[in-house]
Design a protein around this ligand. Structure first.
Ligand code: ATP
Length: 335
């Protein structure tokens, strides 16, 4: 469900050469005036578009880090992830928005994106700092065919897709702190919150929403509130350069679509486990498991095909830790 704007941008972006006004009209089934109006608007927004009377239009340069529905949609090459795209300049939190759209029948892959959240959330009712202009906040609606007990694995699938997309876009080494955080140089850059809605009979999943927050272009630690300055960082702080959010989001959605389809084949992490574990932070080291039923330490030995963390206690016994209520820490700090 792309708009004319994103279609026109996509056509211009995919062509090295000029695209004539007539070609745009034919391809998109809109009038010359409509094309002209969109081009004018795009130019006003800072897109550098050459118009040559007998040849047509050519996109010379996009403005840096434009973050809008058209910019994101024009980049997508996915089948379902993000194809139904909803963009808010500001919203409370993209997870409840996505749930609302899902309740109203939004299709699998519907994605809600916001430039700012006023009530961003983490697990167990914690908050997620969500300023404008510097981060990616999005939530994907998933309509699974699998049983509810498999749902928590989606967090791990998403973590893998996001960690690999960031690595590809920035060259940064991304680690996954089981189950749902991504860290760079020991600090958190991404949080993921997956939520599930059950059918009224409570025996099947109605839909899942997987929400992601990525700290992208914060320029220094002072951009984070005092309480998280020691544990949070951004891709720009770590890589030393500004990152184009729309391009990164496109990469994340493309990878998530592919990884989700791999996951769906077996409804397990069997084919993704090796990749996930290669990024698992604290593997084969001592970790502290903050279980509400009692804290304990042990050696993290990797994950199971169903997404639990295997922790070997001093007694030699291996405990399988379920994601739900638990946080894991390094022995001396956050990782
Ligand atoms: P952990 O495993 O670290 O205990 P969690 O996975 O339970 O964390 P999340 O729900 O992912 O935590 O994230 C919420 C926490 O992340 C907050 O309590 C806060 O400490 C921290 N936080 C909040 N906003 C940000 C942000 N923008 N970047 C990094 N960390 C943040």
């Amino acid at each position: 469900m792309k708009t004319d704007r994103s279609d026109i941008l996509a056509c211009l972006r995919s062509s090295e050469d000029y695209v004539s006004g007539q070609q745009l009209c034919d391809r998109l089934g809109v009038s010359r005036t409509a094309v002209w109006k969109v081009i004018k608007q795009l130019k006003e927004e800072g897109y550098l578009i050459e118009s040559v009377p007998s040849r047509g239009y050519r996109l010379v340069e996009s403005p840096a880090d434009v973050y809008s529905k058209s910019e994101i949609a024009s980049r997508l090459h996915t089948k379902w992830a993000g194809q139904n795209l909803i963009f808010f300049e500001s919203t409370g939190s993209t997870n409840p928005d996505a749930k609302r759209f899902a309740e109203e029948g939004a299709p699998h892959g519907t994605t809600v994106v916001a430039d700012r959240q006023t009530a961003g959330r983490g697990r167990r009712g914690r908050s997620w700092e969500s300023p404008a202009g510097s981060s990616i906040y999005f939530t994907v609606v998933i309509r699974p065919t699998f049983a509810p007990e498999k749902a928590s694995m989606i967090t791990l699938v998403m973590a893998l897709s996001v960690a690999e997309a960031i690595h590809a876009a920035t060259g940064l080494e991304t680690g996954i702190k089981w189950p749902n955080d991504i860290v760079v140089n020991g600090k958190k850059v991404v949080g993921i919150l997956t939520e599930m809605s059950m059918t009224p009979e409570m025996n099947e999943i109605q839909f899942l929403v997987a929400g992601v927050g990525v700290n992208v272009n914060h320029s220094g630690p002072e951009d984070f509130p005092e309480e998280i300055r020691q544990t949070a960082t951004s891709l720009r702080i770590e890589s030393g350069r500004r990152i184009d959010r729309a391009a990164l989001l496109e990469q994340i959605l493309a990878r998530f679509e592919a990884d989700y389809e791999i996951f769906e084949r077996s409804c397990s992490l069997s084919e993704l486990k090796t990749r996930y574990e290669s990024r698992l932070v604290g593997r084969d080291t001592t970790v502290r498991v903050l279980d509400p039923a009692g804290e304990y330490t042990g050696i993290s030995r990797g994950i199971t095909e169903t997404g639990e963390l295997a922790v070997e206690k001093e007694t030699g016994e291996t405990v399988l830790v379920y994601a739900g209520e638990v946080s894991v820490r390094g022995l001396y700090g956050y990782v």
